[in-house]
Design a protein around this ligand. Structure first.
Ligand SMILES: Cc1cc2nc3c(=O)[nH]c(=O)nc-3n(C[C@H](O)[C@H](O)[C@H](O)COP(=O)(O)O)c2cc1C
Length: 337
C-alpha cells in the first residue's frame, strides 16, 4: 500500500486511531461513507491480545478494509507474539503507537514516552517486521517534554527506518508527559506542521503522513502538497459526513451525491446483525450521533439517537426514526464546508 502510494504519487487519507471511538462499529460506519479512507483501530495493547479476549479485541467486519491495527507496547517479544495472534485477522497494516500521552499508557512504558528511547522503538519495529506480512508503520509525535524536535524527530525516524518501518505518521504536536491531561495535550503546545514538511524533504523516498488539528478536506489537501498522507482524528469522528467527499477528492472516484437513505439502510441492517449476535443498538448508534450536525433537524436526530437508542429492547427502527428527523436539502453546502 505505501510503496505503491510512493511509486504512483497517490495520497493516503486516514482516520486516526482513537481509543473508545474508532471501534469496529465506528469503522463500519466510516466505511459506508468512504470506500477508500484508511481506517485505524483503537490502540490495542500487546499484553491484552496475548492474555485477553482476542476475538473481541481483534475481530472486525470484512467490509472495513483497508484497516490498520494499532498496537501499544514496548517489548519486542510481546509485540511479535501479539502480531502472530493477529496475523489470521488479515489487517492491512500494523502500526505502533509512539504518541499517546495518557497516564495509563505511560505506566506501561509505551505510547509517547517511547520518543525518549528510539532504540527501543527500533527493536519493536524490527521484531514486528520479522513476523508481519502487512506493512509496519509508526505513529509518533514531534517530541515530548523538553526534547528538541529538530533532533528528537529525525533521530527516531532514522532508527525506525533502519529497522524497516514502511511509513511514518507524525502528530505535529509535542506530547507533554507531565502536567497536562491527554485532552489538554490535544490543543497545547502549538502544532508545528513545518517540521513534518521538512522531514519529507529530508526523506523524499519515505512515506510520511501528517496528523493534528486538521479540520477540513481543504486543509487536508493543502498538506498533501508537502507530504504523502493526511490523518484526521476528531474532525472525522465528530463530523463523519466530511468523509463523503474523500473518495472523490483524494482517490479519483467519480463525484456522487451522498445517498443518506442508503447509509441508513446499511446501518440498520448492520445493527440488526449486531443485536442478533447479542450486541446493543447503542454500541453502534453512539458513533452516529454527530453525523449531521449543522443540518436542519439534526438536534432531533441527536436526541432520538442518544435517548431512544438506550431504551431496553431498542432496535434498528430508532435509526430510521432519527434519519427521518433530518432535512437533507441543504446538505451539499455544509458537508464541503
Ligand atoms: C478520544 C481520543 C482517543 C485517542 N486514542 C488514540 C490512540 O488509541 N492511539 C493514538 O495513536 N492516538 C490516539 N489519539 C490521538 C489521535 O490519533 C490524534 O493523533 C489526535 O487526536 C490529533 O489529531 P486530530 O487533531 O485530527 O484529532 C486519540 C485522540 C482522541 C481524541
Amino acid at each position: 500500500m505505501y510503496s505503491e502510494a510512493l511509486k504512483t504519487g497517490r495520497k493516503i487519507f486516514a482516520v486516526a486511531p482513537m481509543i473508545d471511538w474508532t471501534d469496529r462499529h465506528c469503522r463500519y460506519l466510516h466505511r459506508q461513507i468512504s470506500r477508500h479512507a484508511l481506517l485505524y483501530t483503537e490502540m490495542v495493547v500487546a499484553d491484552a491480545i496475548i492474555h485477553g479476549p482476542r476475538d473481541r479485541l481483534l475481530g472486525y467486519d470484512a467490509a472495513e478494509h483497508p484497516v490498520a491495527l494499532q498496537l501499544g507496547g514496548s517489548d519486542p517479544a510481546k509485540l511479535s507474539q501479539a502480531l502472530r495472534i493477529a496475523e489470521a485477522h488479515g489487517y492491512d497494516e500494523i502500526n505502533l503507537n509512539v504518541g499517546c500521552p495518557s497516564d495509563r499508557v505511560q505506566s506501561g512504558t509505551f505510547g509517547a514516552c517511547l520518543m525518549l528511547t528510539p532504540e527501543t522503538v527500533a527493536s519493536c519495529v524490527a521484531a514486528m517486521k520479522a513476523v508481519s506480512k502487512a506493512p509496519v508503520t509508526v505513529k509518533c509525535r514531534i517530541g515530548v517534554d523538553d526534547q528538541e524536535p529538530e533532533e528528537a524527530l529525525p533521530e527516531l525516524m532514522t532508527r525506525v527506518l533502519d529497522a524497516g518501518a514502511d511509513a511514518i505518521w507524525i502528530h505535529a504536536r509535542k506530547a507533554w508527559l507531565k502536567g497536562l491531561s491527554p485532552k489538554e495535550n490535544r490543543e497545547i503546545p502549538p502544532l508545528d506542521y513545518e517540521i513534518v514538511y521538512r522531514m519529507k524533504q529530508r526523506w523524499p523516498d519515505v512515506f510520511i503522513g501528517i496528523n493534528g488539528g486538521i479540520q477540513t478536506l481543504d486543509q487536508a489537501e493543502a498538506h498533501l502538497a508537502h507530504v504523502d498522507g493526511v490523518m484526521l482524528g476528531r474532525a472525522a469522528y465528530q463530523n463523519a459526513a466530511i468523509l463523503a467527499d474523500v473518495d472523490h477528492r483524494f482517490y479519483g472516484a467519480q463525484a456522487v451525491e451522498s445517498d443518506w437513505n442508503a447509509l441508513r439502510d446499511r446501518m440498520m441492517a448492520y445493527t440488526e446483525r449486531h443485536i442478533a449476535e447479542g450486541g446493543r443498538l447503542q454500541h453502534v448508534a453512539r458513533h452516529m450521533v454527530g453525523l449531521f450536525s449543522g443540518l436542519p433537524g439534526s438536534r432531533r436526530y441527536r436526541q432520538i439517537l442518544s435517548t431512544d437508542a438506550n431504551k431496553p429492547g431498542a432496535g434498528p427502527e430508532v435509526i430510521a426514526a432519527a434519519f427521518a428527523a433530518v432535512d437533507f436539502a441543504g446538505e451539499g453546502e455544509r458537508v464541503s464546508a
